[in-house]
Design a protein around this ligand. Structure first.
Ligand SMILES: Nc1ncnc2c1ncn2[C@@H]1O[C@H](COP(=O)(O)OP(=O)(O)O)[C@@H](O)[C@H]1O
Ligand SMILES: [Mg+2]
Length: 312
């Protein structure tokens, strides 16, 4: 658990983060969004004390983050940034091994960890471990950057626009990989982005920042139905609301009894994907298949239209 309490950061006369309080539950993904210059990076970097707050307290599992020396804190908290920040003259394996080596892990344990992470990120350890960063694609470099941040099995992973430099298809894949890895290691992730689509895809809770203040801290569904301010509403994009609502729910929650013709959709797909399939195929309903492959009902255009409607 991360408890941010009354955190303020001033540079001279300028307040860049203003009295922010947030409680972040363990094993969740919290996304901080906001326009450029709203204080997202500064807030994130106060968690691992790359930036020292002017006032306020941050506790990690009940412990004030000032009780540990900064370097120790940063060994314990993973940190991944846009453009990966890999050491160019170290191999992929050496890059990933950075923090475990500092912590004095033995060779066998380090090698096992490097192999485990590369495999999880779908990079063959034998092929990729000995390569240098410039011998990798942008997407592969990004995965190695995240693997390195996770190497010492941190409970907390801070990510600052980690996928900002990736093209849309690789980016979507990187987001899905991150969610899978977050579940695998049960990491608490705090991620900064200015991309609302990314926020809605990844977040258990979203914190919206505007001029140094958190103006809303809520689940994606709450935020869609009840944006706290006109700024939040504009950030969500009024025209996107019904589609975002459908995108954060799965077909499993929209299954109706009955049969439908044609190609089926998985109950784990998003309702937005179901809407897309309905519109594209010109059908009124799709059969839905459950986790074991059997048809469990249908999802209908009418049903989704009701679900996408805002509060009356
Ligand atoms: N070291 C610093 N000294 C002075 N001003 C800074 C410093 N770091 C950030 N700022 C200012 O604080 C504001 C918030 O910056 P930042 O947290 O990087 O915003 P974001 O990540 O949301 O784009 C900006 O106006 C920026 O210029
Ligand atoms: Mg930033």
């Amino acid at each position: 658990m991360i408890e941010i309490e009354g955190i303020t950061k001033r540079y001279g006369e300028t307040t860049v983060v203003k009295d922010v309080s947030l409680t972040i539950a363990p094993r969740t993904v919290t996304v901080i969004v906001g326009t450029s210059g709203s204080g997202k990076t500064t807030l994130l970097r106060m968690i691992n004390r790359l930036v020292e707050p002017t006032s306020g307290t941050i506790r990690l599992d009940g412990e004030d983050n000032r009780t540990l020396p900064g370097f120790e804190l940063r060994r314990r908290i993973g940190y991944a940034i846009q453009g990966h920040g890999l050491f160019p003259h170290r191999t992929v394996a050496q890059n990933i091994a950075t923090v475990p080596t500092l912590l004095g892990w033995d060779r066998a344990r380090i090698d096992a960890k490097v192999a485990e992470l590369l495999t999880l990120f779908q990079l063959d350890p034998a092929a990729f471990g000995p390569r240098y960063p410039h011998e990798l694609s942008g997407g592969q470099q990004q995965r190695v950057g995240v693997a390195r941040a996770l190497a010492a099995e941190p409970k907390v992973l801070l990510m600052d626009e980690p996928f900002g430099a990736l093209d849309p298809i690789i980016r979507a894949k990187a987001q899905d990989d991150l969610l899978a890895i977050q579940k695998h290691f049960e990491t608490t992730i705090v991620l900064v982005t200015h991309d609302m689509e990314e926020a809605f895809h990844l977040a258990d809770r979203i914190a919206v920042m505007d001029k140094g203040e958190v103006v809303q801290y809520a689940t994606p569904a709450e935020m869609l139905v009840k944006p706290a301010t006109p700024f939040v509403e504009s950030l969500i994009g009024a025209g996107e609301r019904p589609f975002r609502l459908l995108a954060i729910e799965t077909v499993a929650d929209a299954v109706e009894p009955g049969a439908a013709e044609g190609e089926a959709i998985s109950s784990t797909a998003s309702q937005r994907e179901a809407l897309s399939a309905l519109l594209w195929s010109g059908r009124k309903a799709l059969p839905v298949i459950g986790p074991d492959g059997a048809v469990i009902g249908k999802v209908s255009l009418e049903g989704l239209a009701q679900r996408a409607a805002g509060p009356a």
